[in-house]
Ligand binder design. Structure first.
Ligand SMILES: [Zn+2]
Length: 66
């Protein structure tokens, strides 16, 4: 599920955000999903990091294989 921010945290403009390609970061055996947005008005880029559920999926697969 995508949780797009309502407004730009730099200039406060609503509804003018471009989403660019998100990335996945593996850290301490957790997978973090990093969303990136660019504001069309002020040009600032900002990120939102969420813990991905990818790890739960792989853990279930590991249990099946044991
Ligand atoms: Zn802005």
């Amino acid at each position: 599920m995508q949780t797009e921010p309502d407004f730009c945290p730099f200039c406060g403009t609503q509804g003018r955000l471009d989403e660019i390609e998100s990335s996945i970061l593996e850290y301490d055996s957790d997978f973090w999903l990093i969303y990136h947005w660019v504001c069309q008005v002020c040009g600032e880029q900002f990120d939102k990091v969420e813990l991905s559920d990818y790890q739960e999926i792989t853990l279930e697969d590991d249990e099946d294989s044991l």
